[in-house]
Each structure stands twice: as structure tokens, then as C-alpha cells.
Design a protein around this ligand. Structure first.
Ligand SMILES: [Zn+2]
Ligand SMILES: [Zn+2]
Length: 275
């Protein structure tokens, strides 16, 4: 089966397309299940903290409407539609975040790190620092998020290595250890990590060799994957799936996680995908 567990629509404020437009595209590609993952508006943060964040994304009052919309579109498709959110992790707000997540009828919570406190809340893609420092700072935050146990999967761990080049020599080893610590923590916390298929666009620094290091760790530690395109346009649904599925197969990764009311199930990943 093919699934896409990372989709943004107009609700996320920086994406285009309605829920129904994404569904039509998924149907055309033979994808059987999708999970929408709009950015939360961070209801679990204090006003003071929120004021530091550079983007607004989905408004608080839109969340119930978004969830209602997802229920409504089910009548127009044979696709399985899941209710998700992409939720930013900030250390110190675990309790209110937990209360927020328990309040809403969600199938899937995709944890995420976009903004880095150490860099004055800059978006990871806009940070300039020594590669080893950015990589280790980012992986430390992802590991902390994993260790809260509040999320089902963590999004796009590749962001820092598409911002800076992966270092050579000892620093390269050190970065790999920090990445390995995230994967180990995911295993220890019975959590998934995302294969974000946008990473396979390989713009800038993110080469296939670096992504393969990550896939090797996922295989070695036996961490289940979620898979998503991180679409911000309906045309991006299922992006790079043929390539990604071939890569996953090389590492013996042939199952993908799906969620229902936060309960995980592993299903076989479809092996042949039209290019
Ligand atoms: Zn994201
Ligand atoms: Zn996203």
C-alpha cells in the first residue's frame, strides 16, 4: 500500500490547495491513505513565547473547522483520511502540549523542529553556523522531542544537512553519532521517524549518500518509518515515491506505519510504483 502522511493545505497559511484537491491528486497516484498534518498555531505556548516565533501558520480558531473539514471530505472519496497535526516541540512546554494533544481527536501527531532557541528562534534553513554545530544542535533537539514520548513520529530530520554540508573526518563521525542517538532514542521510545520524500529533491547539500547514512541507522536499529511528501501544493503529493521506495528496499525497509486515533499499525509498503 502507498500512504502519504505529511500534507499541508491552505490551512497552514503558506501552502496552496484545498483538502479535496490533495485527495484528487492522491487518488490519481494510487495512494490509498493520506494524513493531513497542518502546522499548529501553538496553543500550548505562552503568549510571550509565541511572540518570538517568526510564522503564524494555522490560526487557533481554525483547528475545529479543519478537523470538521477532514470528516466531511470522507464522503467524497474512497481514500482513508486521517487527522494529523505537525506540532513544534519546545522544551519546557511538555505539560501544556500533552493537554493540548489529548483535547483533540487526532489520529497522528508529527513532531517537528523548525525553530532553534540557540539561534534566536531562527528557522533551521536560515541558520548560519559551523556545520557540525548546527547538525548536533538540531539532532539534540530532535532527540529531546523523541524522549518526551508525546509524538508518533518526527518530521524531516534531514533539514540541517540540506542547510549545511555534512562535515568530513572526525566531525562527520561526530554528526553521525548524534544522528544515531536520535534513532536509538526512537527505538527506546517505541516511536517512528519520518522518511520525508521532499529530501530526495537533493537541492543544495543533501546528497543521497547522506540520506543513506540515515536509512542505514533506521535499518540497524529497526525503527519503523512514517512516510510523507511534505506537500505544500497538490501536485507534490507522493513526490519522489518511486525513487524513495527503491532506496528503502535497498535497506530492507518494506513496511510503513499508519495510525488510527494514535494507535500504530505497520503495513507492507507497495514495492512497485509508477514513475
Ligand atoms: Zn515541517
Ligand atoms: Zn510539513
Amino acid at each position: 500500500m502507498l500512504v502519504d502522511y505529511h500534507l499541508h493545505t491552505v490551512y497552514s497559511r503558506h501552502a496552496e490547495g484545498t483538502i479535496l484537491e490533495y485527495i484528487k491528486r492522491a487518488e490519481a497516484l494510487g495512494i490509498k491513505e493520506v494524513c493531513f498534518t497542518e502546522h499548529t498555531s501553538r496553543q500550548y505556548l505562552t503568549e510571550e513565547f509565541r511572540a518570538k516565533l517568526p510564522y503564524k501558520w494555522m490560526k487557533d480558531e481554525e483547528l475545529p473547522k479543519y478537523l470538521d473539514d477532514l470528516d466531511r471530505v470522507r464522503q467524497h472519496t474512497s481514500l482513508t483520511i486521517k487527522r494529523g497535526l505537525e506540532v513544534d516541540f519546545f522544551a519546557g512546554f511538555e505539560k501544556p502540549l500533552q493537554a493540548f494533544l489529548e483535547k483533540w481527536p487526532l489520529d497522528f501527531v508529527l513532531g517537528t523542529i523548525h525553530f532553534i532557541p540557540k539561534y534566536d528562534m531562527a528557522h533551521v534553513g536560515l541558520v548560519s553556523d559551523e556545520p557540525i554545530k548546527l547538525l548536533c544542535n538540531y539532532f539534540t533537539l530532535v532527540r529531546q522531542a523523541v524522549e518526551t514520548g508525546l509524538f508518533d513520529s518526527m518530521a524531516h530530520i534531514h533539514l540541517p544537512w540540506q542547510t549545511v554540508p555534512w562535515p568530513e573526518g572526525n566531525e562527520g563521525k561526530q554528526a553521525l553519532e548524534a544522528l544515531g542517538d536520535v534513532v536509538k532514542a526512537a527505538k527506546a521510545n517505541n516511536m517512528c521517524l519520518e522518511i520525508n520524500t521532499r529530501a530526495f529533491n537533493f537541492e543544495d547539500y543533501g546528497t543521497i549518500e547522506v540520506y543513506r547514512k540515515f536509512l542505514g541507522l533506521m535499518r540497524d536499529y529497526g525503527v519503523p518509518i512514517t512516510m510523507g511528501s511534505d506537500s505544500h501544493l497538490p501536485s507534490e503529493v507522493g513526490r519522489n515515491y518511486p525513487t524513495v521506495i527503491e532506496e528503502l528496499a535497498r535497506f530492507g525497509i518494506n513496511e510503513v506505519a499508519v495510525f488510527d486515533q494514535r494507535e500504530r499499525e505497520l503495513i507492507p509498503l507497495q514495492q512497485k510504483v509508477r514513475r
